[in-house]
Design a protein around this ligand. Structure first.
Ligand code: P1T
Length: 380
């Protein structure tokens, strides 16, 4: 089945007892047993819940994987993956990641004895340089948050072959519609389903998708043992959002392309970063491993912090808020907002400056978005 059909049907057959077309919200914590240990396969909702099962099956199908393991947030998904590792294990990570990912790895997992190597993975040689026989995980975010840098997935998978390192890819910024890391041989795909998968800024969630059954078993064990699961209602909302993922992404792409081109020619804008612009240094790689791009655009204003503030304060359609990937356009200042937990010197080195603005272009009418941005830029 093709993408949109999978989004609407995978894991979502009509309910057996009533024929309900939509997967019900199984708002229950536990399930009756006929005799101790004799049950329908459902015992307790941390372990299994039919609404969550449907979500897991659907997103696994969208990613081209065999198994989905859902979590209460994107960070809960990441935390559970880290429980696959032991003290002394080494992890190679893309240096430009969501601020909360950086914070979790550095402030929570480092003290458990995990060793992190942050590298600019846009050049796979930088990954190769730190790989060693203690490396157990290569953590790639592509495109990155917020600088939209890409990592060559085929090259990383090739490098990991024959080592003991698993490869995980945070695919949140591309969405399953535009990028399928499992097709390149990656072991795990991670999403903050809070973003494009849910798509309506009304629920927080995360998921890991894998092909390998043994890895699924280890993650399933941890999902239950650690317990950071999404509730049935959140699972249902995410699943409902996912049904329209394909058509939403087409529109995000179309609008973002128009916004990126418009801003590229604007005198108050120093530069525009969008992987589908010819000016993006990795545009060729984008075309090789992606099928298009989401609504995420990063711009550097030709101004200073005050100019950034004035721009952000004078928008009416774009909402100044953290998060991304919803139908409504959001905009934010990474240095002060989403990436405040990254130390200033690291931000400086990466290029997360005071004039950097991140846009999550929604699916509103493009004329209104361009007019809004022009109005805001007049105040810079
Ligand atoms: O917020 P949560 O569902 O826990 O997901 C964390 C996360 C993981 N990976 C990426 C690439 C992300 O962007 C995020 C969350 N990001 C934001 C809230 C943000 O505004 O960038």
């Amino acid at each position: 089945m093709k993408f949109n059909t999978r989004a609407i049907h995978a894991g979502q057959a009509p309910e057996e007892k009533t024929g309900a077309v939509i997967v019900p919200v199984f708002q229950t914590s536990t399930y009756a047993q006929q005799s101790p240990g004799v049950h329908t396969g459902f015992e307790y909702s941390r372990t299994h819940n039919p609404t969550r099962d449907a979500l897991e099956e659907c997103i696994a199908a969208l990613e081209g994987g065999n198994y989905g393991i859902a979590f209460a947030s994107g960070l809960a998904a990441e935390d559970t993956i880290m429980h696959l590792l032991e003290a002394g294990d080494e992890i190679v990570c893309t240096d430009d990641v969501y601020g909360g990912t950086y914070r979790q790895f550095e402030k929570v997992h480092r003290k458990t004895g995990l060793v992190f190597h942050w590298v600019d993975s846009t050049n796979p040689e930088n990954v190769a340089r730190v790989l060693n026989d203690r490396t157990r995980l290569i953590w790639i975010e592509t495109p990155t948050n917020p600088l939209l840098k890409l990592t060559d997935l085929a090259a990383i998978v090739e490098m990991a072959r024959g080592t003991k390192a698993l490869v995980a890819v945070d695919n949140t910024f591309a969405s399953p519609f535009f990028q399928s890391p499992l097709e390149f041989g990656v072991d795990m795909v991670v999403h903050s389903t809070t973003k494009y998968v849910g798509g309506h800024s009304d629920v927080v969630g995360g998921i890991v998708v894998v092909k390998d059954e043994a890895l699924r078993d280890r993650l399933k064990f941890l999902q239950n043992a650690v317990g950071a699961v999404p509730g049935p209602w959140d699972s249902w909302l995410t699943l409902r959002g996912a049904k329209t993922l394909g058509i939403r992404m087409e529109r995000h792409f179309q609008n973002a392309m128009a916004v990126a081109r418009h801003l590229e020619g604007h005198p108050k804008v120093a530069s525009v970063v969008y992987p589908w612009l010819e000016s993006h240094p990795q545009h060729e790689l984008a075309k090789r491993q992606m099928r298009g791009m989401s609504g995420m655009i990063t711009v550097y204003l030709d101004s200073d912090l005050n100019g950034s503030r004035r721009f952000l304060e004078n928008l009416k359609v774009f909402t100044l808020a953290e998060s991304l990937g919803g139908v409504e356009s959001l905009i934010e200042h990474p240095a002060i907002m989403t990436h405040a937990s990254v130390p200033p010197e690291v931000r400086q080195a990466l290029g997360i400056h005071d004039t950097l603005i991140r846009l999550s272009v929604g699916i509103e009418d493009i004329e209104d978005l361009l007019e809004d941005l022009d109005r805001g830029l007049q105040h810079v």
